[in-house]
Write a protein that binds this ligand. Structure first.
Ligand code: SF4
Length: 69
């Protein structure tokens, strides 16, 4: 497992935005740990247009914290 820190994709609202309630994505928010093999789509419009795929420990200046619901 990888440790995920503030500002990284795994804690961003755009990470896997299309399926944000996915159990794995929700568990990253609660545990701040992510599977090492996980890659998912970035939903930030600029990046989504390029079909950017990122890991939970990637990041960019478009970071917006995901809200727990
Ligand atoms: S690439 Fe940027 S906008 Fe996309 S999920 Fe990661 S931090 Fe969020």
């Amino acid at each position: 497992m990888l440790s995920v820190h503030d500002g990284q994709c795994g804690l961003c609202s755009h990470f896997g935005e299309e399926h944000a309630r996915n159990q794995v994505l929700v568990s990253i928010l609660t545990t701040k740990q992510a599977p090492e093999s996980l890659v998912d789509a970035c939903g930030l419009p600029k990046n989504a247009a390029l079909h950017l795929k990122v890991t939970p420990t990637s990041g960019c200046d478009g970071f917006q914290p995901a809200m727990m619901s």
